[in-house]
Design a protein around this ligand. Structure first.
Ligand SMILES: Nc1ncnc2c1ncn2[C@@H]1O[C@H](COP(=O)(O)OP(=O)(O)O)[C@@H](O)[C@H]1O
Ligand SMILES: [Mg+2]
Length: 416
């Protein structure tokens, strides 16, 4: 019987809801077994978190698999609190963690085991500060290095935290902030080297890590991690996913509608495949007709994928840009993306014109523009081919065009 697949719920998927990625899992497992530290690179919604959660599930009989998410953190002390808490499920390790934090436990009244998970986190965090996080963090690594099984430590959304540390609320990269990021990244690096062979570290995140660190001239703090590029699904995997979803929910594809859907997407970011199916299922159920033909694909794409819910997706992309670029840079960034979306490509002469239009006196605009393009490329918005840039994903291009073209006159039309 053909495999069935349930739709994704929430952010990431694992186990029954996890599709494909067999090659990535095999390659990453080999790298982990070889003791390599890894930085998992891909644009948002490519399935990085899901892949790490699935690795955790599949490797937990051989490894102590820890997963921590730094999405909300802005301070190394937050990371150490989260790191400690991730050891709670392992009784023998947790005992040792408690002794590392003996000073904090003194303040907890009553029986420690009766305190809830959330409260423990708060207590742990309260006992950590600028002065002691590093020493406590080192102690945690030493505990792990002595455990009976090797350790896989997966740290998600590292660039988000580093970016936040670096820029604060005012987007000013100060010397103090750089020093603080350097201290944190160098600490992680030192531990990864000291415990090589016993602890594997896997970093991941959705805004470009390398560009963030480059801004602070700290790229060397990640040169001990092997970059691993997580790609979109190939056509076969995406078609398989749609068929399996169809099997699960009783959708009957006609005239190879799955293939037409995948062709329409062109660039199969797993989340976009899932989104497409979810629109399809809603439509089938609304019509009370579970047969879905290839002839319906264009219409579904136009009205649902590019419709109002698509805009909600796009908002996330835009928020990420606002996190990374300063308020001064943002207008040029948005113009580059809008121009490319409308014209279909961005050629060097057009780029020069935009650059002149948005130039700011105080900066070297050539250097700055090239850096912007490098970041947009790194984060999966644009792809350079020859001397021009194009959108990596058609869907993103269409979304962007729909949302922004209303207030934008492309350069070619202005000259008329
Ligand atoms: N292996 C997979 N199988 C099925 N769906 C996936 C898979 N990977 C990603 N997805 C889809 O993409 C969405 C985002 O996945 P997530 O792991 O959160 O991506 P990222 O961490 O790269 O932003 C999931 O909710 C799911 O719909
Ligand atoms: Mg994620």
């Amino acid at each position: 019987m053909e495999r069935k697949l349930q739709q994704a719920q929430g952010n990431w998927v694992v186990g029954e809801r996890f599709w494909g990625r067999e090659d990535d899992i095999r390659i990453l497992t080999r790298k982990i077994d070889e003791g390599a530290h890894i930085s998992l690179i891909a644009q948002r919604r490519m399935g990085k978190t899901s892949l790490m959660k699935e690795l955790q599930r599949r490797l937990s009989d051989r490894y102590i698999c820890l997963f921590i998410d730094l999405q909300k953190d802005s301070d190394p002390a937050d990371v150490i609190a989260r790191f400690s808490l991730s050891l709670k499920p392992y009784d023998s390790l947790w005992k040792k963690v408690k002794s590392v934090f003996a000073n904090v436990w003194g303040a907890v009244s009553g029986n420690l085991e009766e305190v809830s998970f959330g409260e423990i986190g708060i207590k742990l965090r309260a006992g950590l500060n600028q002065e002691n996080w590093m020493e406590k963090g080192d102690a945690l690594f030493s505990i792990l290095a002595k455990s009976d099984r090797p350790v896989l430590l997966m740290i998600d959304e590292v660039p988000l935290m580093v970016n936040r540390m670096l820029k604060g609320d005012d987007y000013v990269i100060t010397r103090e902030r750089i020093a603080e990021v350097d201290r944190f990244m160098s600490w992680l690096r030192a531990n990864s080297i000291e415990h090589q062979g016993k602890i594997v570290i896997m970093l991941s995140g959705s805004i470009g890590f390398e560009p963030v660190l480059r801004q602070a001239k700290l790229s060397s703090t990640i040169n001990n991690y092997q970059p691993y590029d997580l790609r979109p699904w190939d056509d076969e995997t995406a078609i398989g996913c749609l068929s399996a979803l169809g099997q699960q929910y009783g959708v009957e594809f006609q005239n190879r509608a799955e293939e037409a859907m995948v062709r329409k997407l062109g660039y199969c970011i797993p989340h976009h495949v899932q989104l497409f199916f979810s629109h399809l299922l809603d439509r089938c159920e609304r019509r009370g007709e579970m047969r879905f033909s290839a002839d319906d694909v264009d219409d579904l794409y136009e009205h649902e994928m590019l419709g109002i819910r698509g805009h909600a997706e796009l908002a996330h992309y835009q928020e990420r840009l606002e996190l990374f670029f300063s308020k001064e840079q943002l207008p040029l960034v948005l113009a580059i993306l809008t121009e490319t979306a409308i014209a279909g490509k961005l050629e060097m002469p057009v780029l020069r014109l935009l650059q002149r239009e948005y130039a700011r006196k105080e900066v070297d605009s050539d250097e700055e523009t090239m850096e912007i393009l490098r970041v947009l490329e790194h984060d999966g918005y644009l792809r350079k081919s020859g001397e021009e840039y194009r959108y990596e994903s058609n869907l993103l291009k269409e979304w962007w065009k729909k949302a922004h073209s209303g207030f934008y006159v492309p350069l070619k039309e202005r000259e008329k």
